[in-house]
Design a protein around this ligand. Sequence first.
Ligand SMILES: NC(=O)c1ccc[n+]([C@@H]2O[C@H](COP(=O)([O-])OP(=O)(O)OC[C@H]3O[C@@H](n4cnc5c(N)ncnc54)[C@H](OP(=O)(O)O)[C@@H]3O)[C@@H](O)[C@H]2O)c1
Length: 238
Amino acid sequence: MKKAIVIGASSGIGRELAIRLSKGGYLVGVTGRRVELLEEIKEMFPQQILVKKMDVTNTEEAMKNFEDLIGDLGGLDLIIINAGFGHINKELNWEPEKHTIEVNALGFTAMVNVAYRYFREEKKGCIVGISSIAGIRGSSYAPAYSASKAFISNYLEGVRCLSKKEKSHIKIIDVKPGFVDTAMARGDKVFWMAPVEKAAKQILVAIEKGREKVIVTKRWAIIMRLMKILPEWIYSKL
Ligand SMILES: NC(=O)c1ccc[n+]([C@@H]2O[C@H](COP(=O)([O-])OP(=O)(O)OC[C@H]3O[C@@H](n4cnc5c(N)ncnc54)[C@H](OP(=O)(O)O)[C@@H]3O)[C@@H](O)[C@H]2O)c1
């Protein structure tokens, strides 16, 4: 039986990924702070879900919990690091900026660290990070969020190059979602909002195909290309 862990599986994209992996026959470790929501997933697949409470911002404890969870599962083939925090923060209040960096950059790095070292020993494995199309440019609406997502993409690229150099046979996949209909995106003025089921399905297909970088849903590739070439004097007015 293949084994996967979804970091941040209590709601939204992570929850849908955990459910789909279970339906696909995986044994799945699910983590997050809201254990009661994780237990709901376990009730759906009692034989296939292992729950572990985890706050990725408590890095030392989270890394230990992650290692324990790999032991409880009896190994690991796939890790999806999905936990994330985003906040519109034009006022540049410190707490949300700090928390965003703690979850999306510090917590994320801690999880990759454990996963990479584990898979290096195994000489196989797959690490998936959920960044965002927001990482392509700095955002005046959520500066820490866009910067932290750029960090994720950049970090994954570095680790992918390391894996290739070391011939460690670890697949490293960067998933960049556009807007997906979850608690995080709700309330914003959003367009092209993808249902969470569609986004999760595309993510799992990309993992199966072993693609290194993937934009979900696919139509967001157009926006990515436009954002990349837009001069800053226009971009700054958006
Ligand atoms: N929705 C979008 O439009 C969109 C677009 C681009 C990228 N993304 C990215 O997709 C990922 C999933 O987001 P979502 O839209 O599905 O939002 P969501 O429903 O709010 O899910 C966020 C998940 O992250 C977990 N999490 C947050 N802080 C955590 C912490 N300190 N420790 C451990 N887990 C933590 C949450 O679990 P607990 O609260 O239980 O801890 C939850 O399971 C995020 O990385 C997000 O940045 C989303």
